[in-house]
Design a protein around this ligand. Sequence first.
Ligand SMILES: Cc1cc2nc3c(=O)[nH]c(=O)nc-3n(C[C@H](O)[C@H](O)[C@H](O)COP(=O)(O)OP(=O)(O)OC[C@H]3O[C@@H](n4cnc5c(N)ncnc54)[C@H](O)[C@@H]3O)c2cc1C
Length: 434
Amino acid sequence: MSDVGGTWAGTHQFVAAEVFVATTIVEAQEAVRRAASTGTRVRALGTRHSFTDLADSSGTLVTVTGIAPDPVIDEAAMTVTVGAGVAYGNLATWLESQGFALHNMGSLPHISVAGAVATGTHGSGVKNGSLATAVAALEYVDARGEVMSLARGDKDFEALVVGLGAYGIVTRITLDIQPSYAMRQDVYSGLPWETLLADVDAVVGAGYSVSLFTTWAELSLEQVWVKSRVDASTPLVPATWLGATRLTTPTNLVGGDPAALTEQLGAEGRWLDRLPHFRLENTPSNGDEIQTEYFVPLASAAEALAAVQTHASAIAPHLLVTELRTVAADELWLSGAFERETLAIHFTWRNSPAQVRMVLPLIEAALEPFAARPHWGKLHLFDGVDIERVTPMLGAAREVFERLDPTGMFSNDHLERLWLRVPRDDAPAADTTP
Ligand SMILES: Cc1cc2nc3c(=O)[nH]c(=O)nc-3n(C[C@H](O)[C@H](O)[C@H](O)COP(=O)(O)OP(=O)(O)OC[C@H]3O[C@@H](n4cnc5c(N)ncnc54)[C@H](O)[C@@H]3O)c2cc1C
C-alpha cells in the first residue's frame, strides 16, 4: 500500500510508490531520467484537486509545485511566464501587484496552473475561453528528460495544452494577461426554471461571468451569480430581473460559511477577489464531496437541461448543488469546449460514491443525444468508446502522445481506459476510485 495519500477530496488513494517534489527544473529532469533508466513510469501531479486516478502512476509522481514561480512579464507580448506549479491565487496576487490580470479564474484559487490547464479547467462567461485558452507557450520535460518548449502556432500546440500529463511534465507556462480591472458580484435568487429554459442566452449573457446554482428539485433556480466588470460597459444591476430578486444579505449555497466566499452584494473589488467563488486566504485542506461535470453545446442548453431535470428526484438526495456555467469555443483538441460554445453542467455530490455511481448512468444517458463531454478531472463513467464518440481529435491527440512518449512512461491506467494512450502490458493497478 502506497503512503502517497489521496486526492484533495479523498476520492482516490494513489497507488504510486512515491511523490518526488522537484525544487528545480533540473530535479524534475533527473526524476524522469531515473524513471526511464529503471523502466518505471512517472507522472505529473499538481495540487490533487482532481477526483479520480487521472494523475496516478504505477511508478513515481513528480510535482513541480515546489519550484519557485519566478514570474516574468513581457509587456510587449502582454504575457506572464511562470513556474507551472504555482497556484492561480498566488499568481493572481502577484499579477495584480504589477497592474495586470488574467481573463478568468476557476472557482477555487488554490489549484495549480499546470494541473488546471492540463484538464481544461474553466470559469464562466459566454465570451471567456477555458483557463487553458490563455496559454501562449509552455515548457515541459519530455520522456528523455529534455526540456522542450512550444508556443501558440507551433506544431502539436493544440494537442499538448490540454494534455492531461500524457506526454511530459510541464515546468513553465506562459499566459496571456491584460491590464488589471475591477469587478462586482451580484446574487439573484428565485429565477424561474421556465424563464431560463425559454431564453438561456439572456440569462448566461447577463454579465462577464455568470454561474447558476440549482438542486433541480425546485421550480426556481436557487441563485444566479452575476460577475460584472466595472467599466464603461457595466450593465445596470436591477433589484429584480427576469423574475429573480437581487440579494442584499450574505448567503451561501450549501449551508457553509459565507465568509469563505469572495465578496458579493455588488461591492466593487479586484478581479482576483471576485472571479473565484472562494477566497484565497480561506484554505480548504480537503472537501467532503465528489464532483462531476458534463459539457454540452450551448445551442442545445435548454433541451439538455430539461433532459437532466427529468431525473431530478433521483439526483436531489445525493446532490449538494449543481452549478451551470458557460465556456467559449476553442481550438484545443482535448478541451471540453473544442469547437463549440459550451454549457457546463456541474454536480457537487455528497461523498456517497456508491449512490453517485448509480445516478451517473441516468445523467449520462440523458445527455448522450447532446454529445456531452465529461470534465477530465471529475468523476464520470465514460469508457474509451464513449470518449471517442464525443472527442473528434482523440485519435490525433493519442498519436501525438505516442510519438512524444513511445514507451508510455507518462501513461497510466486512466489514460489507457479512455483511449488517450495506447494500452500496454505493464498497465498499472486498477482504478481504486470509489
Ligand atoms: C474545490 C474544487 C473546485 C474546482 N473548481 C473548478 C472550476 O471552477 N472549474 C473547473 O473546470 N474545474 C474545477 N475543479 C477541477 C480542477 O480544476 C481540475 O481537476 C484540475 O485539473 C486540478 O488541478 P490540480 O493541480 O489539482 O491537478 P491534479 O489533480 O494534481 O492533476 C490533474 C491532471 O493534471 C496533470 N498535471 C498536473 N500537473 C502537471 C504538470 N506540471 N505537467 C503536466 N501535467 C500536469 C496530472 O498529470 C493530471 O492528469 C475543481 C476541483 C475542486 C476540488
